[in-house]
Design a protein around this ligand. Structure first.
Ligand code: HEC
Ligand code: HEC
Length: 188
């Protein structure tokens, strides 16, 4: 009898553990869908890849704007235009909300360049936030891979990425300034 009760308790605890696991593993519907984004953007969007920007802790408004820009073809990138073309307005809003609350990535950057970039970054902080954390339509730059940031600044500078304010700003930056600013924001 004693053994039987122990066996019963053991089975019961196994069953409880099972359901606990199930609920812990029960990813939100959005996260399940977002798994298709993790392939390139990193787990939960926390990437650290020169090619694929981190989406974790990015501003939701900015994410929504960019997905719409890829969808309309205003922002050009073959992989993202293909991805965004299938998204509904609801998907786009959900992704914005989901990635905005994930833990931010931290890319780091060459220390000497970081110092140089820091001295030039004051002009950026009014829009991009005192710590590069972004604000609404102004993207988070903090922790983003420096090579990705430099690529985007170069794209604004050569006009292959369209945005009035950023084209004017990047148009005045030298290649060295771009590298330094990218290293600084990547290090935050
Ligand atoms: C095949 C790889 C790939 C997949 C899958 C992918 N992306 Fe991207 N994504 C990219 C690349 C590459 C860029 C950067 C494009 C550029 O350099 O302008 C990008 C950029 C973005 C940006 C702009 C970020 C910024 O800082 O400006 C957003 C937002 C985004 N992706 C969201 C998503 C979402 C949401 C999904 C899933 C539905 C997704 N991506 C799936 C490759 C991918
Ligand atoms: C007047 C406001 C303003 C100022 C000042 C400003 N930015 Fe921006 N920045 C923006 C906006 C708005 C966007 C998003 C534009 C878009 O939709 O493409 C942006 C986008 C960017 C991006 C692309 C980020 C990504 O994830 O793709 C980079 C990189 C960037 N800014 C760097 C800088 C740097 C470096 C400075 C300072 C030299 C700076 N910005 C100053 C408004 C500003």
């Amino acid at each position: 009898m004693h053994l039987l009760r122990q066996a019963f308790i053991f089975l019961l605890s196994l069953a409880c553990f099972g359901t606990m696991q199930a609920s812990a593993n029960e990813l939100s519907a959005v996260e399940q869908k977002a798994a298709t984004c993790f392939v390139c953007h990193g787990d939960k969007g926390k990437g650290n890849d020169p090619q694929f920007p981190s989406l974790a802790a990015q501003q939701s408004v900015y994410i929504v704007n960019q997905l719409n820009a890829f969808k309309s073809g205003e922002r050009k990138n073959p992989a993202m235009q293909a991805k965004a073309s299938n998204l509904t307005a609801e998907d786009i809003n959900n992704y914005g909300a989901y990635f905005a609350v994930q833990q931010a990535a931290k890319a780091g950057g060459d220390p000497a360049l970081v110092q140089q970039g820091k001295s030039k970054a004051t002009v950026c902080l009014g829009c991009h936030g005192a710590s590069g954390e972004g604000n609404g339509q102004y993207p988070r730059l903090a922790g983003q891979h420096p090579d990705y940031l430099a690529k985007q600044l170069t794209a604004y500078k050569d006009g292959s990425r369209i945005n009035g304010a950023m084209q004017a700003i990047a148009g005045n930056l030298s290649e060295e300034e771009i590298k330094a600013l990218a290293a600084f924001f990547g290090s935050l």
